[in-house]
Design a protein around this ligand. Structure first.
Ligand SMILES: C[S@@+](CC[C@H](N)C(=O)[O-])C[C@H]1O[C@@H](n2cnc3c(N)ncnc32)[C@H](O)[C@@H]1O
Length: 225
């Protein structure tokens, strides 16, 4: 299961190991369920038998949903603690997913997958590394396949809504930064990087705080050229 055994565990992996027990519950509470809704939106793009890759899968609530649809799921994460939590869920439902503990940068199955999902993952990188990871992840998708991103949205709407979203999302980033999970950075405009990664934009769904408040989360779908 682990491809990185024998190497010293990076500090980031240890930080995520420690956060594994509360990560999904805290994101559900903080987003009032909208983080989960943004990931659920992706199921409409999957069909049974699809080869689906989740990079930075964490505890894998989204990968579990995909496996239930009959997709063949592979999950990569640098944190064994996160993967262990996903494994427990799989055992309860008697489902099988390939779990690989490694840096996503080391996952090199070029053009192997029908779908690659990077949910709330690209924002754990500083801008340069994020662009590098987005490009790398896109190479793992076959031509015509799909590239999925559920993540926080760039603040939008009227000035009050933008200010509120900015402060709301920054409060989460600051808390996660304090425990060593993310660097401080701007919210990313992923579609702006799609052309460089050989992707075209196909779908954007926005998710509002408490369903009627300002836009805070999004589900983006790109197609690999
Ligand atoms: C913010 S969490 C998001 C987890 C999950 N995708 C979700 O939506 O709940 C980021 C995840 O990326 C993992 N991660 C960070 N850097 C990584 C890397 N270089 N390669 C693979 N996983 C990484 C962390 O261990 C963590 O599980």
């Amino acid at each position: 299961m682990s491809e990185d055994q024998g190497h010293k565990k990076p500090q980031l992996a240890r930080n995520y190991d420690r956060a594994a027990w509360f990560y999904e519950a805290s994101s559900t509470i903080f987003s009032l369920g909208q983080i989960q809704a943004s990931k659920r939106d992706q199921l409409q793009f999957m069909k049974p038998g699809d080869n689906v890759l989740y990079l930075g899968v964490g505890a894998g609530e989204d990968a579990l949903l995909a496996a239930r649809t009959g997709a063949k799921v592979t999950c990569v994460d640098i944190s064994q603690g996160m993967l262990d939590r996903l494994q427990l869920k799989l055992e309860k439902e008697n489902l099988e997913i390939e779990l690989i503990c490694q840096s996503a940068f080391d996952h090199d199955r070029t053009e192997h997958y029908d779908i690659c999902a990077t949910n709330y993952f690209l924002n754990v990188f500083r801008p340069d590394d994020m662009a590098r990871m987005l490009n790398h992840a896109a190479t793992l998708v076959r031509p015509g396949g799909k590239f999925l991103i559920a993540d926080v949205a760039v603040p939008q709407g009227n000035p009050l809504a933008r200010a509120f979203t900015f402060l709301y999302l920054k409060s989460a980033m600051l808390s996660f930064w304090l425990i060593g999970l993310v660097p401080l950075h701007e919210n990313y405009d992923y579609p702006a990087l799609f052309a460089d990664a050989n992707l075209t934009l196909e779908h954007v769904e926005l998710f509002r705080l408490a369903k009627f408040g300002p836009v805070a989360y999004q589900s983006i779908v790109g197609r690999k050229l």
